[in-house]
Design a protein around this ligand. Structure first.
Ligand code: SF4
Length: 339
């Protein structure tokens, strides 16, 4: 059982944001690790700033340089490698319908509620994304609301970012008031990693506002490893699930983090214990600076094949890849043969 931690439970999530680790030296010292062997790579935080909330650091194993959570956030020398095929905008997202609004899929729009995240994941496909140009800013979403109202084919709004839960509860509630007035909308989906790194972000206030909405609320978490779901996060998720909020998870397949059948099996089991269904397992988006996280398609297929033999089907995530310009995620053909 993963211990109850999640940092000091009495610290509000905004304060946890403010006291996050921002240098590798601080974090390594906190974990009891010598920074010297990492020194050549630590400057990679100039390519993409480092930010690690303490409740996430508390889930790492002290003294373990290979901790799978540490690997996701620690700048490494490999980030400087220029690898063919790895580019700054792998999904070609720089062309949005409006600042802060991406209309990639016919019935769904992505609303960039807030630029920036609570944690900066080194593999992030948006590590080069110009948030400042694409975030509508607090309360500046009226053009996006007008766009959605004028497009009756849209039935779902996906709050994205950055991380949309970086917005305060009252701002999300105010946006919800507006969206609820658009008759053709049916669902509100929130994609967030923030509760994983600061579980206190799952406030009762936000839960209750979402639960009373006429729009069906869905929270899609981004958990990559079973150790990310400690008991405190699980208890918050249970409370959101009991309130009627659908909980799903999507992960990224990451070398050195979750690229074994044991790790993925443990992740699915732990998610289900916490009331969350595994939904997607993404192949890495080929973003510059993250090639060292890539897993071959062949290995990815073998992992899913193994999971199918170990787990019930509803605990096996769909292996997908996002391809810029495509109108949905592209499932990877598993090439399964009868046994
Ligand atoms: S939380 Fe998501 S969007 Fe933010 S840095 Fe991590 S992967 Fe990227």
């Amino acid at each position: 059982m993963i211990p109850l931690n999640g940092g000091d439970l009495h610290i509000p999530w905004q304060k946890e944001l403010a006291r996050a680790f921002t240098t590798p030296e601080q974090l390594l010292d906190y974990l009891g690790l010598d920074a010297a062997p990492w020194q050549p790579g630590l400057a990679a935080r100039r390519l993409f700033p480092m930010r690690v909330p303490r409740p996430f650091a508390d889930k790492m194993e002290k003294g373990n340089p290979r901790d799978p959570l540490l690997r996701q956030v620690l700048p490494l020398v490999e980030e400087f490698a220029e690898v063919p095929g790895f580019v700054t905008d792998p999904l070609d997202e720089h062309d949005s319908a409006l600042p802060g609004l991406l209309h990639k899929y016919r019935s769904r729009v992505l609303l960039v509620l807030r630029g920036g995240c609570a944690v900066n994941c080194r593999y992030c496909f948006r590590r080069h994304f110009p948030y400042a140009d694409n975030s509508p800013g607090q309360g500046g979403w009226q053009p996006a609301i007008d766009y959605i109202a004028a497009h009756p084919e849209i039935n779902e709004v996906i709050l994205s970012g950055g991380d949309p839960l970086m917005a305060r509860d009252e701002h999300i509630a105010a946006l919800l008031d507006e969206l609820e007035g658009i008759a053709h909308l049916r669902r509100l989906r929130i994609h967030s990693r923030l509760p994983v790194v600061i579980p206190a972000r799952l406030t009762d206030r936000l839960r209750d506002r979402l639960a009373q909405s006429r729009l069906r609320p869905v929270l899609v978490l981004h958990v990559n490893h079973a150790h990310e779901v400690d008991d405190y996060l699980a208890s918050r998720l249970h409370s959101w699930q009991r309130a009627g909020i659908t909980l799903l998870n999507q992960s990224v397949l990451l070398a050195g983090v979750n690229d074994t059948a044991d790790a993925l099996e443990a992740l699915s089991e732990r998610l289900f214990e916490a009331g969350v269904l595994p939904y997607y397992l993404h192949q890495l988006d080929k973003v510059a600076g993250a090639a060292h996280f890539a897993v071959s398609d062949e290995h990815a297929r073998a992992l899913i094949s193994e999971l199918l033999s170990r787990l019930p089907g509803f605990l096996v995530p769909r292996l997908v890849r996002e391809i810029g310009g495509e109108h949905s995620k592209t499932p990877l053909d598993l090439h399964l043969e009868p046994r």
